[in-house]
Design a binder for this molecule. Sequence first.
Ligand code: NAD
Ligand code: DAU
Length: 343
Amino acid sequence: MTSTLTNVLVTGGAGFIGSNFVRYAIGAHPDWHVTTLDKLTYAGRRENLHDVMDNARHTFVHGDICDAPVAGPLVEAADIVVHFAAETHVDRSILAAGDFIRTDVEGTFVLLEAARRNPKLRRFVQISTDEVYGSVAEGSSRETDELRPRNPYSASKAGADRLAYSYWATHEVPVIVTRASNNYGPYQFPEKVIPLFVTNLIEGIQVPLYGDGGNVRDWLHVLDHCRALDLLIHQGQSGEVYNIGGGNEVKNVDLTHQLIRLLGKDESFIRRVEDRKGHDRRYSVSTEKLRAMGWQPQVPFEQGLADTVRWYRENEWWWRPVKERDAEYRAYIEQQYGGRRAH
Ligand code: NAD
Ligand code: DAU
C-alpha cells in the first residue's frame, strides 16, 4: 500500500451496502486505497465485488473482525475505517442471536481496541441503524433520542453503537456513528424484503407479506447512503451521531403493490402470513442534521425501485445461485411464517 494514498479499511465490504460503498469509493476517490475485510458469511460474496476485485487500489482480505491478529493490524494501518461488518437480518436474529452478539458487539470491540493503538486514524465510522431507536409511533427520531431497540439484531447494533461512542468519549478514537434507514439497490441479499419479493415475482412465486402489511419503512437508495457517508467521513465531527434517511416512508403493503405492478403480476401473488415476532411498526428518522451539511437524497424512490427491479431482472446470474444455496433457511422461514396464515 503506497504511503501517498489514503488507506481506507472497509469491514463487511463484500456485503450489500459495503460492496456498493467499495465500488463508489474507488470511483470517487482516486487517492484512496481500499482494503475490504470480510468473513464471507452467507451474506458476503466475492461476486459482489466482481468488477473491483482486481483493481490496483483495492485489496481483499478474507477474515473475521473478531479475529484480533487479522483485524488488528489492518485497523492499525488505516487512515479511515468504515465498519459495516455485521449480522444484519432481523428474522435470523429472532431464530438465533448468538452470531449477532459475537460479530456486531464483540467484533466492534476488537476493531475499536485496535483503533486505540492507531494515532494516525482520522475517522472510524460506526455503521449503526435507525432500528436502534425502536418502533416510532409518531414523528421522527432525532440523534439525541433514547435508544429502545426491540429485537436481538437492533439490540446488538445499539450495543455496538454506544460502545463505539464510548471509545470516542473515553479514548478519543475519532468515531462518528451513522444511523441509516432501510437501504435498497443492487447486490442486496434476497432475504430482505425488496430483493426477496422481486426475485420471487420473477420466479413466479408468491410473496410472504407479514401481518397486516401496515408496517412502515423509510427507503434509502444505497448510493445516496454512500454519498452521505463520504460527506460525513470528510465533514462529520468526532463523537457525533448522524441519521441518514431517504424520506420515503412506505407501508409494506403499498411497497408490495408497487413491486407487483413493476413485475406485471397481480394480487394473487400476495400471501398474507403470520407477523414477525416483536415486529417494529414504523421507523422514521429526522435528517435535519445531515441536510444542514448539504446532503440530500438524489434518487427518487419510484425511479430507484424501477432501476432495482431492472437490475435483478438483468442479473439472475447473481441471485439464482444464492437462493438455491439458501434454500434450507428459506424452507425454515417458510415453516415459521408460511404455515401460520395471518388471515
Ligand atoms: P449484509 O448482511 O448484506 O452484509 C454484511 C457483511 O458483513 C457480509 O459481507 C458478511 O460476510 C460480513 N460479515 C459478517 N460477519 C462478519 C465478521 N465476523 N467479520 C467480517 N465480516 C463479516 O449487510 P448490509 O445490509 O450491507 O448492512 C451493512 C451494515 O449496514 C450493517 O452494519 C447493518 O447493520 C447496517 N445497516 C443496514 C441497513 C440496511 O437496510 N441494509 C440499514 C441501516 C444500517
Ligand atoms: O431500518 C434499517 C434496517 O433495515 C437494517 O438495520 C437491517 O439490517 C435491515 O435488514 C432492515 O431491517 P428490516 O427488518 O426493516 O428489513 P426486512 O427487509 O427484513 O423487512 C422490511 C419489512 O418487510 C419489515 O416490516 C418486515 C417486512 N417483511 C420482510 C420480509 C423478509 C415481510 O413482510 N415479508 C418478508 O418476507
